[in-house]
Design a protein around this ligand. Structure first.
Ligand code: FE2
Length: 308
């Protein structure tokens, strides 16, 4: 794809990523990069589809429409009418448009390892009412980057997430292992508005689209998918834990909806700066933004064979 190699300058991007820079700004708005990401990443990686308690289910994932139905030995899936792969892990159905793809468990061994010590358990959980999909005015990678670091938490989420969870350097932990980016932290002493969390907060991002989370009240699974070069959608489900405290869920709901709204606003401000041309490459802070560097490497390696 010579057209791509000229705009991508592969060796230059490779060297810059290794030196702690971000992708070129145009990778956040160029329609050719968007097309390549759909063909080279979205069409061959695993995506969260639904809970096993939601089957049969149709999951729209941008231009990929996954239909999940009950088969004799578990859920089966199609993508845009063609056979697709489906696999169940912890009560969640994951799908892959590539029917011959490597299994989910082989793709994300770090998830299996990490959840042995930091469980993600949906057993006995009760699904909460649907919340609407959230349109985001930014490239999907900006959304993932925002979710992959918490150095913005003390400022942007000062009165929401950071009021309940400790976001201090040294307490807030990042574990980046292959296509799994994990974040763990402990509760703060609590706030008057939201009450006090008791348990570890756990988060996993599974490249490219899936987010898993567990807190005192909820087990949740969500996905992000591109709807264009400069827009994406976040959607997903939450289940109430059987051991959730009897009170306080409404305050937690408020904390999470504030946190999400703050992130949606933050990335919408970032997106236009990608087009202005003033900063052709961003520079990452090695200590607090290593997860973003890890994510960029995952994207780049997935695209590299298609850029030559
Ligand atoms: Fe955030």
């Amino acid at each position: 794809m010579s057209d791509m190699s000229s705009i991508a300058a592969i060796a230059d991007i490779d060297a810059r990523l290794s030196a702690g820079y971000t992708f070129p700004a145009r990778w956040y708005w160029d329609p050719r990069i968007h097309r390549l990401e759909l063909d080279a990443i979205w069409a061959s990686w695993w995506h969260y589809a639904c809970g096993t308690d939601m089957v049969p289910f149709v999951r729209r994932n941008g231009e990929f429409v996954f239909e999940v139905t009950a088969g004799e030995s578990g859920p089966v899936a199609t993508c845009n009418g063609q056979p697709a792969a489906a696999e169940v892990w912890q009560g969640l159905v994951f799908v892959n448009a590539d029917a011959s793809a490597r299994s989910f468990r082989e793709t994300y061994p770090a998830l299996i390892r990490l959840t042995a010590d930091h469980p993600y358990d949906r057993e006995g959980c009760e699904r909460t009412p649907d919340s609407p999909a959230v349109p985001i005015a930014a490239n999907w990678k900006i959304w993932v980057e925002n979710s992959s670091e918490c150095y913005h938490c003390p400022t942007i989420h000062q009165h929401s997430f950071s009021d309940i969870y400790d976001v201090a350097h040294g307490v807030y932990r990042y574990i980046d292992d292959g296509p799994v980016l994990c974040q763990l932290t402990e509760p703060t002493p609590g706030s008057e508005r939201f009450g006090q969390a008791k348990q570890e907060y756990r988060y996993w991002y599974l490249f490219p689209s899936t987010f898993l989370q567990i807190d005192d009240y909820y087990v949740s699974a969500s996905l992000v998918y591109p709807t264009g070069p400069e827009s994406c959608v976040s959607t997903g489900e939450s289940w109430l834990r059987p051991d959730a405290p009897a009170e306080g869920a409404a305050a937690f709901d408020e904390m999470w909806s504030m946190t999400a709204a703050e992130d949606v606003a933050a990335v919408a401000i970032q997106q236009p700066s990608m087009r202005c041309g003033l900063v052709p490459h961003g520079r990452l802070m090695p200590s607090s933004e290593s997860a973003i560097a890890h994510f960029h490497r995952l994207c780049f390696e997935a695209l590299r064979p298609h850029l030559a």
